[in-house]
Design a protein around this ligand. Structure first.
Ligand code: PEP
Ligand code: MG
Length: 816
């Protein structure tokens, strides 16, 4: 452009002078033509502005005047189209100088380098009159290299196999992007023929990288070496990956039958039962105007909205549980994503409104994620949709006044967004969504809020009638639509009597538990956090801990906990148990339970791969440290060791050999979990080499029925009362001989299941602490003879449903 070249600071518009779009120069034109300043391809073309992308990737925006978008093309004649190749000097836009001067805010025309994170302006020619073709500015890739030789020295590539358990989903992508931002070097990650800016969360997510995939990390710049090293290291070790909370599906108990044709099946994402009127959450697409009201106004509006949402997210993160905090921090990283912002700003600059621009930027990422063959990534696309809505709501609060949800509603939706759940939670008795999975963020938040939730219920649930009544039995994976009045009353009565029975059973919670004919049943607690949980369990009447899931000590950290730390933790739990015994299960990771510091390979069938004791034997140092810590803790209270996922005697022998090497290790009791059909079938041999057995009915059901407990398509049918599972439990109890047999899976807490277990010969149950009082009450009301008769009949039933029906009848006078 012919004219006076001025610094950007002189442009009377903060969008440009504050460099919101990037650095550059401005030209006060004295001629009426804008020409290409370099060779390249037209990345975007509007009547008033053009962006050119050079072959090296630099993006330069040339903008005729200020607020010229409002002219709607008047006085402007574009000469190029998007995608067209141009040479330096080609005519891009011609314009009517006088018309622009009198109708736009200013004639001064910014020339901006948009992707300043990858390129930098090294020289400009300011404060002088320039003719077309004169030198304007020099742009260079951000690497600090001045010569081709040094450039090649500063370009570094590393290969890394990705260790993050679920690939580069939002939280790992945020971790990588944050680390990458700490370097001056430009960083990219290439996978599957595509490259993504490593400083952008959304770009990383859309690569669709999964655990075990090999990616190339490329860095260019002064600190390229350190940058490539750090990022590839993070990718490999997955250090800092937040814990993946366990799905709630393992929490039982099942209380209410649902056999009506109006029943819809789904997967339990948060346990419990609820009755209430259906309220559909209509997340209709929010309306946004396409046309903006000027670059300055729209950029400011977007910035304000993003800042507002960010500070709200930060506020909620501070107040929320640890799981909620992890999720909200990932949302904050997404909302701050530079690529999203740049894409939005380019749209605004092309004349679009802030809302339209934000939606367009996010939808690009959402559609990339939705294409991926990875259910977790598709779940995360919903998180981005959530951010879209939150920012749009902040942009036009009037249009999105909080939906009026009547208190006591049973919420039905295609999907509930995390922010909606946080906002509406207090008014809901339950949630049922058509899509979503048990690993979704909503599942985690609902569990934390104690709201029963069913997910993956399918489209049918969306056809339910607003205001009509329904019974949600999340434990049984069923939503019953339009139940008869008596069924509703029945469900309410059951919920109420369950509440009352719970209340009443608290009075005798601390007494020994004996069947009606006096047979002693030990009731332990399953623990998965620490001493505080143990104290609460004792208050509920626990006679110790039958299963300490030690995974909580190992997740969310860069290295496994050292022996001292573990021993101190076990000792503090022992103190809280106040003399009652503690059963410590060795690390049970793999499958649905990843930890960040182990470079676990990607597996096609993780549930059938490196899991439980297999992991411990593959990383013997971790096992040795844990065994030593348990042996140490055992000196201050009664401790026993439990090994997960046993399938053969050799595994037990390998652990025993390690225990022998630890001073005092031989005297600690060692038990095996019976969680595989193989273990159940050789229970007598296992019993001969161990001190006790503990049946993990959750996994035993998964492996017996070949139904993945984390797969929404089948997990609702994975019922531990299936006769095949019961027969394996019977075989275990028989094989154990005199050795104690405990059941620590969800079946032990199932009020229909526990009596059957007693009938099968089980004398120890380990359950979530809150179910202990009521479980003791139910056991006190039955005799072993009744239980044995029920168990015998149950094993002969054709299905789990039939077993449930039989048990319901047999226990009708006992259960709430
Ligand atoms: C089980 O599988 O039943 C069990 C108790 O172990 P977890 O649920 O921790 O896999
Ligand atoms: Mg298990």
């Amino acid at each position: 452009m012919q004219g006076w070249v001025a610094p950007l600071d002189e442009v009377p518009d903060p969008v440009f002078s504050d460099r919101m779009l990037g650095d550059g120069v401005a030209i006060d034109p004295t001629d009426s033509a804008m020409h290409a300043p370099c060779d390249g391809v037209v990345a975007s073309a509007a009547a008033h502005a053009v962006t050119i992308r050079t072959s090296e990737g630099a993006e330069i925006l040339i903008h005729v005047g200020l607020e010229t978008v409002a002219l709607g093309g008047r006085g402007l004649v574009p000469h190029v189209r998007e995608g067209e190749a141009v040479r330096a000097g080609d005519l891009l836009i011609s314009f009517d100088l006088d018309f622009i001067a009198t109708h736009a805010k200013s004639l001064i025309s910014p020339v901006i380098l948009i992707n300043g994170d990858a390129f930098e302006i090294t020289r400009t020619n300011l404060n002088r009159e320039a003719a077309r073709g004169d030198f304007l500015m020099e742009i260079r890739r951000r690497n600090g290299a001045l010569t081709a030789e040094s450039l090649s020295q500063k370009r570094v590539q590393r290969e890394a196999s990705v260790g993050f358990a679920h690939g580069l989903h939002a939280r790992p992508a945020a971790l990588i992007a944050n680390a990458a931002k700490g370097f001056r070097a430009s960083l990219s990650i290439s996978f599957g023929g595509r490259a993504a800016n490593a400083k952008s969360v959304t770009a990383l997510m859309s690569l669709g990288v999964r655990q075990g995939d090999r990616v190339i990390v490329s860095a260019e710049g002064e600190d390229a070496d350190a940058a490539a090293e750090r990022v590839s290291d993070l990718l490999r070790t997955a250090a800092g990956e937040p814990a993946t909370p366990r799905p709630a599906a393992h929490v039982e108990p099942v209380l209410i039958p649902a056999t009506s044709p109006n029943e819809i099946r789904g997967i339990c994402a948060s346990p419990g039962v609820a009755v209430g009127p259906i309220h559909h959450l209509r997340t209709a697409e929010m309306e946004v105007d396409e046309a903006g009201k000027g670059i300055s106004a729209e950029t400011e509006a977007l910035t304000r909205a993003v800042v507002a949402v960010r500070s709200r997210l930060a506020g909620s993160a501070e107040k929320g549980s640890r799981a909620q905090r992890d999720i909200l921090h990932a949302h904050i990283a997404l909302i701050e994503d530079t690529e999203l912002r740049r894409t939005a700003l380019v749209q605004i600059e092309a004349g679009k409104s802030a809302g339209y621009a934000w939606r367009a930027a996010l939808r690009e990422t959402i559609s990339a994620l939705e294409q991926l063959d990875d259910h977790l990534m598709r779940e995360r696309a919903k998180d981005i949709l959530d951010l879209e809505r939150q920012v749009l709501a902040a942009l036009s609060p009037d249009a999105t006044a909080a939906q009026d949800v009547p208190a006591g509603s049973l919420l039905i939706a295609e999907n509930v967004l995390p922010s909606q759940l946080v906002a509406l939670g207090a008014k809901l008795v339950g949630i049922c969504t058509a899509s979503g999975g048990p690993m979704s963020h909503v599942a985690i938040i609902a569990t934390g809020m104690g709201i029963p939730a069913l997910v993956g219920a399918g489209e049918a649930v969306l056809a339910s009638v607003e205001g009509s009544m329904a019974i949600l039995n999340a434990d049984a994976g069923v939503l019953l639509l339009n139940p008869e009045e008596h069924a509703r009353a029945d469900a309410r009565a059951r919920i109420e009597s369950h509440r009352k029975l719970r209340q009443a059973s608290l009075a005798r919670a601390h007494e020994d538990c004996r069947t009606a004919d006096g047979v002693r049943i030990a009731v332990f607690a399953n623990l998965q956090s620490g001493a505080a949980e143990a104290t609460a369990a004792i208050e509920q009447g626990a006679e110790g801990c039958g299963l300490l899931r030690t995974e909580f000590l190992f997740v969310d950290r860069a290295a496994p906990p050292p022996e001292d730390e573990q021993a101190a933790e076990y000792e503090s739990i022992l103190r809280a148990l106040d003399g009652w015994p503690l059963t410590i299960r060795t690390l049970d990771i793999g499958g649905d339970k990843p930890v960040s510091f182990l470079p676990m390979p990607r597996e096609d069938n993780p549930a059938l791969g490196l899991r439980g004791v297999r992991v411990s034997l593959a990383w013997p140092d971790i096992l040795r440290t844990q065994l030593a810590a348990i042996v140490r803790a055992g000196r201050s209270g009664p401790c026993r060791i439990l090994l997960p996922m046993i399938t053969s005697l050799s595994e037990i022998r390998a652990v025993r050999a390690q225990l022998k090497d630890i001073h005092g290790g031989e005297s600690v009791h060692l038990g095996a979990m019976i969680e595989t059909p193989a273990a159940a079938m050789i229970a007598s041999e296992i019993a001969q080499e161990t001190d006790f057995l503990s049946i993990g009915s959750n996994d035993l059901t998964q492996y017996t029925l070949a139904m993945d407990r984390t797969n929404p398509h089948v997990s609702a049918q994975a019922d531990a009362l299936h006769p095949a599972v019961l027969r394996l439990i019977a075989a275990t109890a028989a094989g154990a001989g005199e050795k104690p047999v405990c059941v620590c899976g969800g079946l032990a807490a199932d009020l229909l299941g526990a009596p059957i277990l007693i009938g099968l010969g089980v004398r120890e149950l380990s359950v979530p602490p809150s179910t202990i009082p009521i479980l003791k009450s139910v056991i006190r009301a039955i005799s072993t003879q009744q239980a044995q008769a029920l168990a015998r009949e149950s094993s002969r039933q054709p299905s789990a449903e039939a077993v449930r029906e039989l048990a319901r009848q047999a226990l009708s006078g006992v259960l709430p």
